[in-house]
Design a protein around this ligand. Structure first.
Ligand SMILES: [Ca+2]
Ligand SMILES: [Ca+2]
Ligand SMILES: [Ca+2]
Length: 247
């Protein structure tokens, strides 16, 4: 299984560089019109990259390709076990701000299986779940059903892609036959970029086959993924220190 990680690091570097440029050129000689233009320009770039960083902190956290037989496989809780309707993909917002994922998509290896409703919000440090199907009247607000029919997650191996409204890949996972064991696959720790394991192997799973819409062990340590705001403050602080030293 693989996770695309390079884009967030690149964006974080750009955020620091832009923030420092703004602090040095934008504050020191603000009376100079040319430098004022540079300051505004770099600030706009900073804001753009900060917004994109928030998107980069959305990840695929859990998926169920193979619902167990009988009611044990009724992941969407509608009282019926269905091979395709009870499949699901759970995503997680690792950032400290809500993110609009309207018109984002989920695909398998064959085609797009779901478009998120317009203006869908995933709250900070929260999950959002897409099921293959089921009775939407029974579902919480942070659940949706696949807009294009089912999710069609093959039990013996497949891929899942999460893309934004522009088709930019936010996260993906590829898997093999390990996902065909009557239970979901989950990140470990949950809500992180950690390894994928069988759900029952999660700490404190206590035999639970899935956990759509929540994390069994609560939020992971935030140290593995710096908040965008932290990076912005760091950049401004560094720039200000340089400015003071030059005065
Ligand atoms: Ca399946
Ligand atoms: Ca069901
Ligand atoms: Ca879960």
């Amino acid at each position: 299984m693989q996770v695309k990680k390079l884009a967030p690091h690149f964006k974080n570097c750009c955020t620091v560089v832009c923030g420092t440029l703004y602090s040095v050129f934008g504050i020191k000689r603000l009376k100079n019109l040319g430098n004022a233009v540079i300051a505004i320009f770099t600030l706009l770039i900073l804001l753009v990259f900060t917004a994109q960083d928030a998107q980069a902190l959305i990840l695929i956290n859990e998926f169920l390709a193979d619902p167990a037989p009988g009611l044990a496989g009724d992941a969407n809780g509608d009282g019926t076990r269905h091979s395709y309707e009870d499949e699901f993909v759970e995503i997680f917002n690792l950032s400290s701000e809500a993110v609009n994922i309207g018109n984002w998509s989920i695909s398998d290896s064959a085609s797009i299986r779901h478009y998120f409703d317009a203006d869908t919000l995933i709250e900070a440090n929260s999950t959002f779940v897409v099921f293959g199907g089921g009775d939407e009247d029974l579902m919480p607000e942070h659940w949706q059903t696949a807009s294009e029919g089912y999710l069609w997650l093959n039990n013996g191996g497949d891929a899942i892609f999460l893309r934004d409204e522009n088709g930019l890949e936010i996260d993906f996972v590829t898997y093999g036959s390990e996902a065909g064991n009557d239970q979901s696959m989950s990140r470990n720790p949950e809500g992180s970029l950690g390894e994928w394991i069988k759900h029952t192997d999660l700490p404190n799973a206590n035999g639970r086959l899935f956990s759509p819409g929540y994390l069994i062990n609560g939020l992971p340590s935030q140290s593995a993924a710096p908040e965008p705001a932290t990076l912005v403050y760091l950049a401004f602080g560094l720039g200000s220190m340089i400015l003071v030293r030059k005065r």
